[in-house]
Design a protein around this ligand. Structure first.
Ligand SMILES: NC(=O)c1ccc[n+]([C@@H]2O[C@H](COP(=O)([O-])OP(=O)(O)OC[C@H]3O[C@@H](n4cnc5c(N)ncnc54)[C@H](O)[C@@H]3O)[C@@H](O)[C@H]2O)c1
Length: 332
């Protein structure tokens, strides 16, 4: 049984806590949040120690794993301290905010031998896992073109509004759009070149980005947005055109349109079954359950998690930072 220390009990911390409740070989034994009511909510009725800051937890908690669900600008300092102390660290995406932070994280990982996974959750989201598997096996031939979108109302939950402060979140591009950038890189490797266009709010912060990436034999568009009205349904979809079929994933499901005609609905197998018999319904936890279950199983086996390693999380940050820089910065 892995003992987990969870740092940051806000939106994502709450989701991770629900996932750990459904994972039998891991248990949260310590939580930290500067808002004690948030930590208390997760600890309620359970044998969980509460700390008032992340650093306090890292210094004092008896844990095997540290899970960092802090605002992005706090990731690096906590991850460095956690790697030095505990060795097994899960860090939410985007893993860091700059190339310098990325270098420090990689140096610390190397020096400590820590096992690190980044929360690039789309790599473990069932529909995207299915797509990646088909592409790797060349079931439908080569990719000719692809389009990924992630469109959202303005997020309104963040502690003290850090998400809308580009100095602390890096803007919508680094926070939300990075999901599809990371998956595109995972699926297709590094693009040869790109062109970005953006839309900004009245403060000059990027709230919508459209990027076209060029690959040797294909073109990919990636759109990210968080400026839509509150009642707009969160939308994450893709269309990938292969030589022999076009794959569509949207709110209606996952479909294969063959060039020979016809359309097949795909029900992708769950990457992981819940192993907590008392809390079997994990469908609402999506890829978050998958990524944490994968991480826990790897660490329990003494193995390095390889699906979303630190180096990859940093490369995705760097590509998004290049997009941001190409349009004149996260805020103008
Ligand atoms: N993978 C995903 O799909 C996904 C979705 C949303 C957010 N995220 C990422 O998760 C991270 C957290 O985002 P969130 O939406 O949960 O933010 P949030 O504002 O809801 O939660 C952050 C929490 O950290 C606490 N906190 C701040 N400073 C602290 C400190 N020094 N010690 C302990 N606690 C402290 C705050 O009180 C707050 O409860 C961000 O990096 C974000 O980008 C990932």
């Amino acid at each position: 049984m892995l003992k987990v220390g969870l740092i940051g009990c806000g939106f994502m911390g709450g989701m991770h806590a629900a996932c750990f409740n459904a994972i039998e070989n891991a248990q949260i034994v310590a939580v930290a949040d500067v808002r004690c009511e948030k930590a208390e909510k997760i600890a309620k009725g359970k044998d969980i120690r509460i700390f008032s800051t992340g650093m306090e937890l890292i210094e004092n908690a008896d844990v095997d794993v540290i899970d960092i669900c802090l605002p992005t600008y706090l990731h690096t300092e906590h991850a460095v301290a956690a790697m030095k102390k505990v060795k097994n660290v899960f860090i939410e995406k985007p893993v860091c905010m700059s190339t310098e932070e990325g270098e420090l994280l990689l140096k610390t990982e190397k020096e400590t031998g820590a096992k690190v996974q980044v929360g690039q959750v789309i790599r473990l989201w069932d529909e995207y896992v299915w797509l990646k598997t088909q592409a790797d096996k060349k079931v439908f031939g080569e990719i000719k073109s692809a389009s990924f979108r992630r469109l959202s109302p303005k997020p309104d939950w963040s502690w003290d509004g850090w998400l809308h402060d580009v100095e602390r979140s890096g803007s919508m591009a680094l926070d939300l759009h990075i999901h599809d950038i990371d998956f595109m890189r995972y699926l297709m490797g590094e693009p040869e070149s790109f062109t970005s266009k953006e839309a900004r709010n009245s403060d000059g912060a990027i709230e919508h980005i459209f990027t076209t990436f060029t690959y040797p034999n294909s073109t990919v568009t990636v759109e990210g947005c968080w400026s839509y009205p509150a009642d707009f349904p969160f939308t994450a979809d893709f269309i990938v055109e292969f030589e022999k079929a076009t794959i569509v994933n949207n709110a209606n499901g996952l479909y294969v349109y063959s060039i020979d005609g016809g359309c097949e609905k795909i029900e992708p197998a769950s990457s992981f079954e819940s192993d907590n018999k008392t809390d079997g319904n994990i469908s609402s936890l999506g890829g978050y359950y998958n990524e944490l279950k994968y991480f826990v199983d790897k660490v329990s086996a003494g193995e390095v998690p390889t699906v979303a390693p630190l180096s990859e999380g940093i490369k995705s940050v760097e590509l998004v930072l290049s997009e941001i820089s190409s349009v004149g910065g996260a805020k103008k």
